[in-house]
Design a protein around this ligand. Structure first.
Ligand code: HEM
Length: 135
């Protein structure tokens, strides 16, 4: 059987995770719990809206790795809103973001395995590099 592309492995894993309404709250609870600095960043954020945003962002990340021009353009825009002159998301926050996402996803995705984890790391790692480069 032909192996699935990492992008499809990731997309399917994201869908299994977000099928549970508990996934996003579980992620944000851990992420905000990780540091006072992170809590401060989300001080005036409507977390309900942010949950939908994250679900969309994750799918966007998968599309960007296909080199889809619209997705790449949006990653550039997100990199701008997150740069030092705007939200000021310093590069070290991205590691915590990724590790927290993976720790949460592995609890929610019943089909989690090494291949799935590698797809999350590879694709989100690529998007994070782009975000950080533009910081
Ligand atoms: C690849 C990683 C990330 C992606 C794709 C992403 C995506 C997004 C998107 C789509 C938004 C809403 C639109 C905007 O303001 O640009 C947003 C807002 C935000 N993000 Fe991120 N983000 C990422 C990483 C992070 C990290 C590591 C932090 C660390 C604290 C963070 C903090 C925020 C904050 C504070 C907001 C504003 C929330 C508000 O509207 O109050 N993001 N992000």
């Amino acid at each position: 059987m032909e192996e699935m592309a990492p992008r499809d492995v990731l997309l399917q894993s994201i869908r299994r995770c977000i099928a549970s309404e508990e996934f996003m709250p579980a992620f944000y609870e851990r992420f905000l719990g990780a540091s006072e600095e992170i809590r401060k960043k989300f001080r005036s954020t409507d977390l309900q809206r942010q949950h939908q945003m994250l679900a969309r962002s994750l799918e966007l990340c998968a599309a960007a790795t296909m080199g889809e021009p619209a997705a790449l353009a949006e990653i550039r825009e997100r990199a701008t809103t997150h740069d030092r002159d705007h939200l000021n998301i310093e590069p070290h926050f991205y590691d915590i973001w990724l590790e927290t996402l993976i720790a949460t996803a592995c609890e929610f995705d019943r089909e989690w395995n090494d291949t799935v984890e590698q797809a999350w790391r590879r694709i989100l790692g690529y998007v994070i590099q782009r975000m950080i480069r533009q910081y």
